[in-house]
Write a protein that binds this ligand. Sequence first.
Ligand code: MN
Length: 139
Amino acid sequence: MGERKHLQVYPAGRKEIKMKATILYIEDNDQNFYLVSFILSAKGYEVIRARDGEEGIETAARCKADLILLDIQLPLMDGYAVARALRSNPELASTPIVALTSYAMAGDREKALEAGCTGYIEKPINPDSFVAQIEQHLS
Ligand code: MN
């Protein structure tokens, strides 16, 4: 029984996981980044990080991510402004942008969609449904 538990924590064959898609995650908070990155990496996604809006916009133009995860509470430039800037780049016109926000307030979702986001997830994320929520935007 103890051994089975051990195997679940350290899954065998990890190196055989194939890279599925690249996700750019624009997030200033280390803990949030590590949690999301851990969950997505375990499913085979490659996760690239940017720590603020400016870095995110620059990285997005360069890295051709399959999806952009965007924290709304960012320093200097909030996520809404970042989403509008990303959408102003024609090369990113069809890239899904999923907003992540804590302290969700009425109207946040509409604001995110208006700014050009394709989806909206509230923090704290639910680790059991998070990947499915992301995959809805990766068809
Ligand atoms: Mn933040």
